[in-house]
Design a protein. Structure first.
Length: 345
């Protein structure tokens, strides 16, 4: 089965979505983006709660964009679970299921058997979401939509349930669109990833491919490439590119076709090591401004002349040895440096 969005456009209250095109094959496509990017709007268009101004939506080759929501064979799980409070869990499951449907397999898969007689108002957040997913799956949908289903849960429950969700969704042979703003959740639950920013899909592909090779500075920034530095290519030779970033030059193992000359250099904080020695390749002399502890690690914020603030992730022992105002070196791992055309910043 395949869910196909082609040239979708809509606008409301100063926000414009699209034109947006996306192919969702069997498996889980995580739609990742910041708040207000248009993620939930995409789901509402697929489900039929909103109508596009332009474009088409097809499921298994048949257009559904003008079909009433109840006839689209598309199931949706909402952020707040949206269970019927006046019905038991079992009655909630049977409400949308076909007459005489066997719900036992779904009940077993989602481990809600011991909840069937319960009132939904007595369930925990994690239990409510499992029941909400079960209620949708017993309808046997041809496509499944999930709108930030774990965002309202406490962090420990969220971490456990995203693993459970991954196992359940992996067993479905239908297109699944999983909307989230959580990068870790997208990486664990999804097979494919689509990054949406300001109503446009900026990049899509296999999860690892998008995280490892973001296409633009905007995508890179959202995916955790916090350090973005403007630079100029000064040499390309032997499969390496040398970039002048002002205070120093970077040698990057990237060979390209000779364009462009002006680039944006992207580096994740965990691709930077902090050292005392300054005379070494890919090293920037910096002044330590702030150190933030993060459990077993720390974030070091430092300033480099003509580059501005940079961030590095270090271990506790390295952080403990640093003092505010200290001069040291940020050494950038060359194989983890990204180069983007500057005009795409």
């Amino acid at each position: 089965m395949t869910l196909e969005l082609a040239g979708l456009e809509t606008a409301y209250e100063g926000f414009a979505l699209g034109p947006l095109s996306l192919t969702v094959p069997d498996g889980v496509t995580a739609v990742l983006g910041p708040s207000g990017a248009g993620k939930s709007t995409v789901l509402e268009l697929i489900a039929g709660f909103e109508s596009p101004a332009m474009g088409t939506i097809t499921l298994n080759g048949a257009r559904i964009d003008q079909v009433p929501p109840e006839n689209r064979d598309v199931g949706m799980v909402f952020q707040d679970a949206a269970l019927f409070p006046h019905l038991s869990v079992e009655a909630n499951l049977r409400f949308g299921a076909p007459a005489g449907a066997d719900i036992d397999e779904t009940v077993s898969t989602l481990a809600v058997g011991d909840l069937l007689s319960r009132d939904p108002t007595t369930l925990s957040g994690g239990e409510r979401q499992r029941v909400a997913l079960a209620r949708t799956l017993v309808t046997d949908p041809d496509a499944l939509l999930l709108d930030e289903p774990l965002s309202s849960l406490d962090a420990p429950i969220r971490r456990r349930l995203r693993l459970d969700l991954r196992d359940v969704l992996a067993g479905l042979d239908i297109p699944v669109v999983y909307v989230t703003h959580d990068q870790d959740e997208a990486a664990i639950v999804g097979d494919r990833l689509a990054v949406i920013i300001d109503g446009e899909i900026r990049q899509e592909g296999a999860i690892e491919a998008v995280f490892d090779a973001p296409a633009t500075p905007a995508v890179a920034r959202f995916l955790g490439v916090a350090n973005l530095i403007e630079g100029t290519v000064i040499e390309r030779t032997d499969g390496r590119t040398t970039v002048d970033i002002g205070p120093t030059t970077l040698s990057v193992p990237i060979a390209d076709d000779g364009e462009p000359l002006h680039v944006t250099v992207g580096v994740r904080p965990d691709a930077i090591t902090v050292q005392q020695q300054t005379a070494q390749p890919n090293a920037l002399s910096v002044r330590v401004e702030r150190v933030f502890s993060q459990h077993a690690a720390a974030i070091v914020v430092a300033t480099s002349d003509d580059v501005g603030p940079l961030r590095a992730t270090v271990d506790e022992s390295t952080a403990a040895a640093l003092t505010l105002g200290q001069r040291c070196s940020f050494v950038l791992a060359p194989e983890q440096i990204h180069l983007f055309p500057a005009e795409h910043a």
